[in-house]
Design a protein around this ligand. Structure first.
Ligand code: NG6
Ligand code: CA
Length: 499
């Protein structure tokens, strides 16, 4: 009897200990959301009450970064813990690109899975699928399910790229066998209309630059596509579709049922172009569709929090909210993002934007929330998505790490103001280097302005040095006045970028 009681006590202790040390982890990653788009950053005019709830109840980082100013490299780093510039293929991918991450490598999802977690990804993928020769009508050979995710419900690339279908695990969802789907990024299929041949098809959005190939749902896209009619998505329903699958994943993986914690990567598609809000949100922001889809994204976050609360999971779930890169207004469609902006500042007072080596390219909204464990605060620690691998490994008692991922768990949990010391940032294959409060940008040739999107991409033939503590908007290049500091930064940069 005595021994049974002791054994029971020991088991109870282990269960409790497990509860504390192995929370569920959810990463919510928005697409092209700026710091100023989140009202807790107090820069813009849009209200995001649900994301703000995470911010006011958790750690809101003022120095939180994606590694890159565009999606594919940024998400590559987030999932592998490796700097994207180490991989030449980590560039914005077309919708028919082969899977970028080697199935033999260790991903964040693999790390969670190795510790007994159930794992899932829902939303924007944009890291390639298959072997470069995908037959969209059959099982796809390489998907997130080969990178440690037990469940995946994704779009292959972006909402402006074909194929405009959802892929569930290895199959295009809802595809009928008598209406095969074909995709090509080089040439069109015979007789299939495009935005050029049939501009009248663009009933919802017209293209400004790029985006003039196949048209679906009144929206012209990048790439050519034919067939698969029954499987094509309706942009207006995308938020509900991904949210539904996210909540479904939680239902299917409730720890009280499975006896396992879960890791969920919820990749919101907003506010990336094309911005097509559900009618519930259309016109609600007063800032045009870009504002409307941000309200929609915030609502999605609210619904997710509600669900976690209802299931009693909030106390045992670490939620990270961030964005894959900085904001852009006109990203290729006439959608009045510029015209209706008013006083709203998506860039949060920072210079540059998506595609830029300047701060607004990679300094993103970054929030960590864990009810009852994380004490609310604003943190200036330098944190980056590339560090999730080593940090979450520490959190759940795993060993995995990578050459670039650093364990900054205490900063993520708000226990320490010490994040990383330095960070290499990437935009369109070029690099910048942050160390302490300084940002160094080597000399680069080229046009400093991306005219199409009207964003300064951060390059100059002059060496650039900024003291971003005193000059967060990077107005003053202090390289000429500080040759010693430049030298020091150059040498540290060289060290950090050794391949
Ligand atoms: C660019 C697209 C842009 C967007 C971006 C990817 C053109 C002219 N521009 O090539 O609209 O799709 O790729 O964005 O086609 S990201 O957030 O996924 O990196
Ligand atoms: Ca993006």
């Amino acid at each position: 009897m005595k021994y049974t009681i002791i054994a029971l006590l020991l088991i109870a202790q282990t269960v409790c200990a497990q509860k504390q040390t192995r929370p569920n982890v959810i990463v919510i990653m928005a697409d092209d959301l700026g710091r100023g788009d989140v009202s807790s950053y107090k820069k813009g005019t849009i209200q995001t009450p649900n994301i703000d709830k995470l911010a006011s109840g958790g750690v809101r980082f003022t120095n939180g970064y994606a590694t890159s100013a565009t999606c594919t490299p940024s998400r590559y780093a987030f999932l592998t813990g490796k700097y994207p510039w180490r991989n030449d293929r980590a560039k914005i991918l077309p919708g028919d690109a082969p899977m970028l991450i080697d199935t033999a490598s260790t991903t964040l999802a693999d790390m969670f899975k190795s510790q007994g977690y159930n794992t899932g990804v829902v939303g924007k993928w944009h890291l390639g699928l298959g072997d470069g020769n995908v037959d969209w009508n059959k099982d796809i050979s390489e998907t997130p399910n080969d990178l440690g995710f037990d469940y995946s419900y994704i779009m292959a690339a972006t909402n402006d790229r074909v194929p405009t279908v959802y892929v569930e695990n290895r199959r295009v969802k809802g595809l009928q066998s008598n209406d095969s789907l074909f995709v090509n990024y080089d040439k069109n299929f015979e007789g299939v209309p495009t935005a050029i041949s049939n501009p009248e098809l663009m009933t919802k959005l017209k293209w400004h630059h790029g985006h003039n190939n196949s048209v679906h749902n009144g929206v012209p896209r990048i790439g050519f596509m034919t067939g698969g009619k029954s499987a094509l998505w309706v942009d207006e329903n995308m938020a509900d579709e991904f949210l539904g699958k996210t909540l479904g994943f939680i239902d299917n993986n409730l720890p009280k049922k499975t006896q396992k914690p879960f890791f969920l990567y919820y990749a919101l598609h907003q506010p990336h172009v094309p911005r097509v809000p559900n009618p519930r949100f259309a016109g609600k922001s007063g800032l045009g569709v870009r504002g409307d889809v941000i309200l929609e994204a915030d609502w999605c976050v609210g619904e997710l929090i509600k669900k976690l609360k209802k299931e009693g999971l909030l106390n045992n779930t670490l939620i990270i909210f961030s964005s894959d890169n900085g904001p852009v207004l006109n990203d290729g469609y006439y959608d009045e993002a510029v015209e209706k902006l008013g006083k709203h500042d998506p860039f949060g007072g920072l210079r540059g934007g998506k595609y830029s080596l300047f701060e607004a390219g990679t300094k993103v909204p970054f929030i960590a929330y864990w009810q009852g464990t994380i004490k609310p605060k604003v943190s200036d620690a330098l944190v980056c998505q590339v560090d999730f691998l080593a940090s979450f490994a520490q959190l759940i008692g795993a060993k995995q790490t990578s050459e670039d991922s650093q364990n900054t768990l205490d900063a993520f949990l708000g226990k320490s103001e010490k994040g990383r010391g330095e960070l290499v940032l990437e935009a369109s294959g070029r690099l910048a280097f942050r160390q302490g409060n300084y940002v160094f940008i080597p000399s680069y040739k080229g046009n400093p302005l991306n005219k199409e999107v009207n964003i300064e991409i951060g390059i100059s033939t002059d060496l650039q040095l900024y003291d971003i503590k005193n000059d967060p908007a990077q107005r003053f290049n202090i390289a000429k006045d500080n040759p010693e500091k430049v030298k020091e930064m150059q040498s540290a940069f060289k060290n950090a970028t050794k391949k």
